[in-house]
Design a protein around this ligand. Structure first.
Ligand code: NA7
Length: 550
């Protein structure tokens, strides 16, 4: 498409965020169009089709809260929704809201440039689409720029190379194949047990042993589901005002104020129940102090000893050197158990690093592994990667990538000074990946929708975060993180998984509820921390929302 009249808004992405944003703006009477690089809706759930791909949020609250009919009708069958279920859900949303007509699919945005004189953005795609719009809203997800490590000789490998975050649409058959999985984060930990059941042999290349907790996935009791559906508004309310977007109450007990036996019993109960309550539902301070953290870490290491039969393999699988919970805690189904299978072997890359790839496999300092397929479960350039990849240029032609060279600076994770009328859904500096994503996505979409309606009512057409508010918010994001154990670990939350990426804590750990209240206050105060200007030619005058001097 190439629009003659500028649109009100272009939205980039058709996952949870993009679908809701387009719907919301369309319903509010804005002209809006979406671009999506995939050939269909789904975002993260369009690309992550690897075996075992599943959401670690329970299905009851991994959904939109604004679709009350669908909420009642959608079947809740399994505790954690698998990738095909979530994709079907988003396809149903797109159909019910008639959203596909407002998107161009197979359209990868490669440039978004701001024209200061016209106050307009021009958005271009690799496929040749051009659109001009007053506002640009990015809905590109936090984990959508795949990280492909550069192993020497990678191009020589003649077998199949796959990345979990960019999986083919057709299922891959591993029957009779020798498979390598590189990476043991949440994706690898989900994929490894499933691939092991099919492959002739699976070799897992582990750089850092991970803590993982049983998901305890399974069919949901339908009486429980009926009760949940009766009380949906209350569950949604609790999720919105919680710390991480989950509708459960966090523990108020400190780990060291109970006896060792009571602690063990609490961890056992949480381990048996499965899910993230292992961290948040047992003790309040597990990610706050090293002493409390060590009790949980020791418990998981003891479980590895119980489960894994070969003591040498168990030892390799034991995470050490970083606090549990500072790397995103994966949930698994039979992960540690998989290493008891005769067709699975484990390579510790810390002891024997990869030296290169050959036509037939992977060479480490200890020898060569012949494989037919290499699965890269090597993660993403998280949060900043997807945004920096859009080719965004703001005032004076400055690129977002350059402006963020020392780390992302945002106001509320949703706006960046120098980039007027650009909004970043679940951007760095917002709770995003530390939360149940649909909750954070809805909050941002609604906040941005309200902001655009307010600008229209005010007769203002340009809004921009101030330097002062951005500096204060960015410092606050780091300050809150500094009171946790997170800065002590080399994680993708800290940018540590990408060579050369600045080490700053990327998401906001102050909590979903407090963050929501803060954003609401900013709006109620006339978008405090933003400047706005009017739509008359030459009008650079400040509007009520101008807090430049505040
Ligand atoms: P993660 O959590 O970033 O995991 C990536 C894994 O790949 C991790 O074990 C890395 O080891 C490993 N990795 C990365 N680069 C290399 C190289 N060069 N060599 C060997 N191993 C490497 O990504 P996931 O896709 O599993 O999960 C991302 C999020 O998606 C997850 O947290 C959920 O929120 C959903 P490392 O630990 O860096 O030593």
């Amino acid at each position: 498409m190439a629009n003659a009249e500028p649109l009100d808004a272009v939205v980039i992405g058709a996952g949870f965020a993009g679908l809701y944003m387009v719907y919301r703006l369309r319903e509010d009477g804005f002209s809006v169009h979406g671009f999506e690089r995939g050939d269909g809706v789904g975002g993260t759930w369009y690309w992550n089709r690897y075996p075992g791909a599943r959401c670690d949020s329970e299905i009851m609250y991994y959904s939109f809260s604004f679709l009350s009919e669908l909420e009642q009708e959608w079947p809740l069958t399994e505790r954690y929704p698998g990738q095909p279920d979530i994709l079907r859900y988003l396809e149903e949303v797109a159909s019910r809201l008639d959203l596909r007509k407002d998107f161009t699919f197979g359209a990868e945005v490669t440039a978004a440039e701001y024209d200061e004189a016209a106050h307009l953005w021009t958005v271009r795609t690799a496929q040749g689409h051009v659109a001009t719009a007053r506002y640009v809203v990015t809905a590109v997800g936090c984990l959508s720029a795949a990280n492909f490590p550069e192993f020497p000789g990678a191009e020589r490998f003649q077998g199949l190379s796959l990345h979990t975050g960019n999986w083919p649409r057709e299922p891959v058959d591993f029957t009779g194949k020798r498979v390598a999985v590189i990476g043991t984060g949440a994706s690898g930990i989900q994929a490894i047990p499933v691939i092991a059941e099919q492959a002739a042999h699976l070799t897992v290349f582990q750089r850092t042993a991970q803590f993982t907790i049983p998901a305890e996935n399974g069919p949901l009791d339908q009486d429980f589901v009926a009760l949940w559906k009766q009380n949906y508004p209350e569950w949604r309310r609790r999720a919105r005002h919680s710390l991480a977007g989950f509708p459960y109450t966090a523990s108020v007990t400190y780990a060291l104020e109970v006896s060792a036996a009571e602690r063990r019993a609490a961890f056992e109960a949480a381990w048996g129940a499965g899910g993230f309550t292992f961290l948040s539902g047992t003790f309040r301070d597990l990610v706050m102090t090293e002493e409390a953290n060590a009790t949980a870490a020791d418990f998981v290491r003891s479980k590895i000893d119980e489960i894994v039969r070969d003591p040498a393999v168990a030892d390799m699988l034991k995470p050490r050197g970083f606090p549990i919970g500072t790397k995103r805690l994966p949930l698994d189904t039979n992960y540690y158990e998989t290493f008891n299978r005769p067709n699975v072997s484990l390579v510790d890359l810390k002891q024997t690093p990869v030296t290169g790839l050959t036509a037939t496999g992977i060479t480490t300092s200890a020898g060569h592994h012949e494989v037919d397929v290499i699965v890269y479960a090597t993660g993403f350039d998280a949060l900043t990667g997807p945004l920096e990849g859009l080719g965004i240029r703001g005032r004076d032609g400055q690129t977002l990538k350059d402006v963020w060279a020392e780390g992302p600076r945002t106001y509320l994770g949703v706006a960046v000074p120098g980039f007027p009328n650009l909004f970043t859904i679940t951007g760095p500096g917002s709770p995003s990946v530390l939360s149940n994503m649909p909750v954070s996505i809805e909050q941002h979409v609604e906040w941005i929708g309200d902001c655009l309606s307010w600008l229209r009512a005010e007769g203002a057409e340009v809004i921009e975060a101030t330097e002062q508010a951005t500096t204060a918010w960015t410092a606050h994001v780091q300050d809150v993180a500094s009171h946790t154990l997170h800065p002590k670990a080399a994680t993708w939350y800290m940018g540590a998984n990408i060579p050369g990426k600045p080490r700053v804590f990327l998401p906001y750990i102050g909590g979903v509820g407090p963050y929501r209240d803060h954003c609401a206050k900013v709006a109620a105060n006339g978008y405090e921390g933003f400047t706005t200007t009017g739509d008359q030619e030459g009008d650079d005058g400040a509007r009520p929302g101008d807090h430049r001097a505040a």
